[in-house]
Design a protein around this ligand. Sequence first.
Ligand code: ADP
Length: 536
Amino acid sequence: MRLVLEHSGSDAVEAWLHDGGDELRCEAFRRADGSGDFTIVPCGADAGRTDPAGRGSCPDIGALCAAAQQGDPSRRAITCTVHGSVWVHDTLRFFSPDAFPVFTGTSGADRSDPGYLSLTLVPLRSGKEQMGLLVFKGRNKSSFDPARIEHLEAIAAKFELALLHQFSQAKLHERVKELTCLYGMAKTASDPAMPFEQKLMNVVMLLPPAWQYPSRASARIVVDGRAYQTPSFMQGAQKQAAPVVVRGKSRGVVEVHYSGQESFPGECPFLDEEQSLINSVAGQIAQMIEQREAEAMRAELQDQLARADRLAAIGQLAAGVAHELNEPLNTILGFSQLVQKMENLPAQALEDVGKITGASLHARNIIRELLVFARQAAPSRGRVDLNRMVEDELGLFESLCGKSGVELRRVLAPGLPEITANRSQMLQVISNLMVNALQAMPEGGTITLATSFDPSGVSLMVEDTGIGMSEEVKDNIFLPFFTTKDVDQGTGLGLAVVHGIVSSHGGRITVESEPGEGARFLLTFPHSQAAEQEEE
Ligand code: ADP
């Protein structure tokens, strides 16, 4: 502006620029003593000078020109050039005293100053669009003539070029900052060794430098209620935000705030490009969350697979041992029963043989359970309604619960689909879980049996409010013969059998428990159709 003032030889120069929805105005003027001065005034903030004509929007030169030409020719004090500039020879004749003081008044507080008596308005264009206006002002009526106007138009053309260059530089600068942010983010996101929390901290630090006013910007990322923010984070009146959405569910937000009281040039300090940037940062964070969850799921699956593998190996071993023992055991049992039937056996011998038979029967039961665990027995299956089973077939447990001061609650999902299963095995599963739950609550408590279903299967939950389990116990409960109970209380086969049965039905079993917090077993079985197809 200073250069324009010097080279134009006028007394003051004003530039109006459209900036998005805002109008910016800058002004350079010469004092009477010849010293130059220079101010930039954002529209609306210019309270010092009143403007009855409606300050704030750049005048449309075309309309000004047309209006002047329609007026009384004798009062014509305006000329339009072929370039679309307007030259006002005598502002006092053309403008009423209070119209357009913006152009005609001087910037100083000197009230005796008569103001500018001639004006030249040259449009600034970018392609076909008018992006603003240069107003050259003269204190004399004869400040301008056609030759000077041509010179001013040439200056305006240079000014236009300089502006366009400036705009593209600014755009480029913003783009470089944006790309730096995105590059930093990609680098952070792809670092497999960096913990998730650290990644979010790194990303939040990348945000302020990418914004237009970095010194006033601070940023915050909130994920699942936890906030990660720049060290001097301050909520400001002006903020830009984008939600973090993972699989259609909002999980948090990314925000950039501007602090401080001073206003910004223009109404909205944020650029459209910055909104796109914050959106893409939020999108990348959503991807990071998704990836993290997928990895956790994969690890969990691998863990489950390893466990299943271990159990299958133990199952094979158990089945082998069970088969080997089954035969000699049957022989012992058969002969002991034969001996028992012999007449005239001494009482002592009869009693001893009775013990042999009893012990053999016990051993046979264990072997049967081992075979179930090893899924060697393939019993017949039919449709089973778990709701009805839980409702009608647990009479024995109702009285046991009553005696132990345990409340038995049932939460049954209406319309529960039937599953394809062996009814007595299902009963055994529920019984084993109920026995464990009862044993875990020597002081009483509550057992909840709940059913539910979704497209992935039909579930039964058995929950107690008992002593719960440590991590170590939880890791071993499905192993045969693992028990924490006294010899007469448990064999350590109950949950191994449950696992065997559930797996042989194509189902899954999971457990949630903390010491002192009770235990919750969740069994999920495939829908009948899926189970039958698989069997076929
Ligand atoms: P057992 O009951 O004969 O010990 P299980 O295989 O049924 O054998 O259970 C193995 C172990 O799992 C138990 O000894 C116990 O430590 C733990 N457990 C099972 N169910 C529960 C429960 N509901 N609450 C607390 N611990 C349990």
